[in-house]
Design a protein around this ligand. Structure first.
Ligand code: GDP
Length: 328
């Protein structure tokens, strides 16, 4: 992707703390930054529990980053969100507040906070523009996570408004890619269906089970595209309003399941477990704002699914079983 304008915050020779580097998003951002003349700072959970304000302050003071990316969050799929509301609300509030407060105290120059498309009202007009925030009720299955993320956007804006800080926010759509959580109970739809399709193929089963009715539509962005988008915004964007990062295209879950079956090479006899929640019917985000800034995604869903399945095959044996993922 060419840079149409010179960056307002060039990352060259900067020190960047990627909080959440062990998660799918943080890991992808670190991979991108490794190609740049940037000193990447990461903290293991043992070194710095991000829910502990004193630990975050101490790590920030000791490492003096020029920029911080908040890719750390308690994340999970529709069932995990619905089952662990305290973790999704409280841990995320603590993580983002501790990081912004410590960044301010340490005079960090630039900060990027990452949210999620679930911040938008359940029945927002599609494609969802950034100004739809707080115009209607949220989807109940993930409102805990959404409220935390909305608070994060507002806290970044508050630092900008009260102190003139260059704290910005990006809202990714549903993400997938290498390093995803493939645990069947806590994962998002792509890794779950990919794993189920793989199991069906190995077992010679005719197909696999899909949660819900298969009719909800979702938009998906490969995490490497997301990482490029984050770095683009870090260097180029200084605005008050958050920015959507999506692929601009959505499809019904049923079609996604067929596409995954094709990529994996398993049978296509799908069953639908309608005791599981559908969640929001549709959440296609508008990418107009980031496109006007000069950024576009590059990885098609077909290519992204194929490379993610290749990653899964290489890493399947080492994948941990998790009930919820703490991407830190
Ligand atoms: P959401 O975008 O927050 O709803 O997150 P998910 O990625 O967990 O779910 C997206 C959609 O895929 C929902 O309609 C789910 O019901 C549906 N879905 C179908 N099969 C699965 C599955 O095996 N796991 C998950 N997590 N979702 C599934």
């Amino acid at each position: 992707m060419s840079d149409p304008t010179s960056p307002r915050f060039p990352l060259t020779s900067k020190r960047v703390w990627v909080a959440g580097h062990r998660g799918m998003v943080g890991g992808a951002i670190v991979r991108q930054l490794e190609h740049r003349d940037v000193t990447v700072i990461t903290a293991s959970r043992q070194e710095c529990d991000l829910r502990d304000a004193a630990a975050v302050d101490a790590f920030m003071t000791a490492n003096k980053p020029d920029a911080v990316v908040i890719a750390a969050a308690k994340v999970g799929g529709i069932l995990a969100n619905d089952t662990y509301p305290v973790d999704f609300l409280q841990d995320n509030l603590l993580i983002q507040t501790n990081l912004m407060k410590a960044a301010f105290a340490a005079d960090v120059e630039k900060l990027l906070f990452l949210g999620s498309s679930c911040i938008y009202p359940k029945f927002a007009d599609q494609p969802i523009t950034e100004d739809s925030l707080l115009t209607g009720p949220l989807e109940p299955t993930n409102e805990w996570y959404a409220i935390a993320k909305i608070a994060g956007i507002k806290l970044a804006q508050a630092y900008m408004k009260q102190y003139g800080c260059r704290y910005i926010s990006a809202m990714p759509t549903n993400l997938y890619g290498p390093g995803d959580n493939f645990d069947l109970t806590s994962s998002h739809v792509i890794p779950a269906l990919m794993r189920k399709a793989h199991m069906a193929k190995v077992a010679g089963a005719p197909g696999f089970e899909v949660w819900g009715s298969g009719t909800p539509r979702r938009e998906f962005l490969h995490v490497d595209d997301l990482a490029r988008g984050c770095i683009f915004l870090l260097e180029h964007y200084e605005g008050f309003e958050h920015v959507n990062l999506g692929s601009g295209e959505d499809l019904p879950i049923k079609d996604l399941a067929f596409e995954i079956a094709r990529v994996v090479g398993c049978g296509t006899a799908l069953t639908f477990d309608t005791t599981k929640p559908d969640g929001t019917p549709r959440k296609l985000m508008s990418g107009d704002k980031v496109a006007a800034l000069g950024w576009r995604p590059e990885i098609s869903l077909a290519d992204g699914l194929a490379s993610t399945y290749a990653w899964f095959l290489q890493n399947a044996d080492a994948l941990p079983e998790r009930t919820t993922e703490m991407a830190r």
